[in-house]
Design a protein around this ligand. Structure first.
Ligand code: ZN
Length: 449
């Protein structure tokens, strides 16, 4: 298991220029421009002001501008939410897991994009004599970078989020329904934009388990409009080498040589230029250094604004009663367990019997979580911060996504750690963090109150 971490750009790293890359259109369908997305002149001006001012004052491109991060992640989450149609949201439904991975991917992408953009702007801070430019000159000089990243690149990235959200929610449905409809058929948009040389892929049919879908599942390029339909009819289906020959060379861009439904991503973080800065070092993003959040000490300088905890449980018997009351009421979960829904992400997590047994065993060893347990549901439902870390599993296994729900109570914070794995989202631990709060507040920040 290895964490992809985040590219942490340092001054002097290579300039990112995506114009040529994003201008490549899908070989199969010719690409599209979705006019539904627009960045207003007001939005662009606000971003330019906020980012240029922060960079000029702090001279620190590693500090992610909050407005910029919220703008990028907000637009992309909007594209995801409007275009992903979930059939079922339960603690063990594939849609619940898929959306957790895609959300993490969007916030990771947004952080990396912010850092790259700020780095590119920071290179314009110094004039030819080695002096820091005046603010008005600097702002003028970075106007182009602002338009490039937040208007032009954003349009392509937004359209890609729409296409991938649609195709990934379809993939979940295809897998669910593969007993009835085991074959998939490739469909181009079928209009004048489709290139003759690649129209051959139209109506390509193969079994859902055929390896060809690892390479040609749409989207297959920036602006791709291609689609896939499910079918029960095996006639004309290709398989193995025969299918391999048919699809060979169609998808040339390595970024698109994957099945985003299987890899559960929107942007390939191993291949996208935002993550490939050759002079960059890989490191986790930190709450204070990179996201500009307050330290826990500063947050707790004014602790009386936080809610008090619900009354503590007194002993093992009370813990058992607390657990069985909740699990009896919960119909859609296994015996001895119950689920809770995060109001921020709509994600369902399971508190299972194994977790209860873990608490009891800890209690016997003198590690008392009785005061944490009554508050863990509220921490999941309405957290103050949400942090995630996706650990890449190789060899075809599903990735492990760790989610940290953090809530501030008047005495001290509480964290609930859940893991998304093999389509299940299960709480692994609940505790009041002491020395490791800095590690918890690192990685991908998905929410702060
Ligand atoms: Zn296409």
């Amino acid at each position: 298991m290895s964490s992809p971490g985040l590219v942490n750009p340092i001054p002097g790293a290579l300039q990112i220029n995506l114009s040529a890359i994003y201008n490549q259109t899908c070989p199969a369908c010719g690409g599209r421009v979705d006019e539904s997305f627009a960045v207003s002149e007001d939005e662009l001006r606000l971003l330019l002001n906020a980012v240029s001012k922060q960079l000029h004052e702090d001279l620190n491109p590693e500090l992610i501008n909050q407005l910029l991060f919220a703008f990028t992640s907000g637009k992309l989450m909007e594209a995801l939410n409007a275009n992903y149609s979930a059939t079922s949201m339960e603690w063990n439904s594939p849609d619940n897991a898929m959306l957790s991975y895609l959300r993490n991917n969007i916030f990771q992408f947004s952080a990396a994009k912010s850092l790259n953009q700020q780095l590119q702007m920071a290179k314009l801070l110094i004039d030819d004599n080695g002096k820091v430019k005046s603010y008005s000159q600097f702002k003028k000089d970075v106007t182009g970078v602002n338009i490039l990243f937040n208007k032009r690149y954003m349009l392509t990235e937004y359209n890609h989020a729409i296409a991938t959200a649609q195709m990934n929610s379809k993939w979940v449905d295809f897998v669910n329904d593969s007993k009835n409809n085991a074959f998939l058929v490739y469909r181009t948009a079928g209009d004048a934009n489709v290139r003759d040389s690649h129209a051959a892929l139209d109506n390509f049919k193969a079994h859902i388990n055929d390896l060809s879908w690892n390479t040609i599942y749409p989207p297959n390029g920036w602006g791709c409009r291609c689609n896939v339909l499910a079918s029960s009819d095996s006639s004309g289906a290709l398989a193995g080498d025969e299918a391999g020959i048919k699809i060979k060379g169609v998808v040339k861009d390595p970024i698109f040589q994957n099945n985003s439904g299987k890899s559960q991503i929107i942007y390939d973080l191993n291949k996208h230029p935002y993550f490939l800065n050759p002079n960059a070092k890989v490191s986790p993003l930190m709450a204070e250094r990179n996201y500009g959040l307050k330290s826990i000490q500063k947050i707790y300088a004014n602790a009386n604004r936080f809610p008090e905890r619900i009354k503590t449980l007194e002993n093992e018997a009370e813990l058992n009663k607390f657990w069985s009351d909740l699990s009896t009421k919960s119909k859609s979960t296994p015996e001895g367990s119950f689920s809770a829904k995060c109001a921020i992400t709509n994600r369902l997590v399971l508190f299972d019997n194994e977790l209860k047994l873990k608490f009891i065993s800890k209690l016997k060893k003198g590690d008392n979580r009785l005061r944490d347990i009554p508050n863990m549901i509220d921490t999941v439902k309405s957290p103050d911060e949400i942090w995630t870390t996706r650990l890449q599993n190789k060899h075809g296994k599903s990735d492990s996504l760790l989610t940290f729900h953090l809530k501030f109570y008047s005495d001290e914070p509480l964290v609930v750690v859940s893991e998304t794995l093999d389509n299940k989202v299960i709480v692994k631990s609940v505790y009041s963090p002491k020395t490791n709060i800095i590690e918890i507040r690192s990685g991908i920040l998905e929410y702060k109150k």
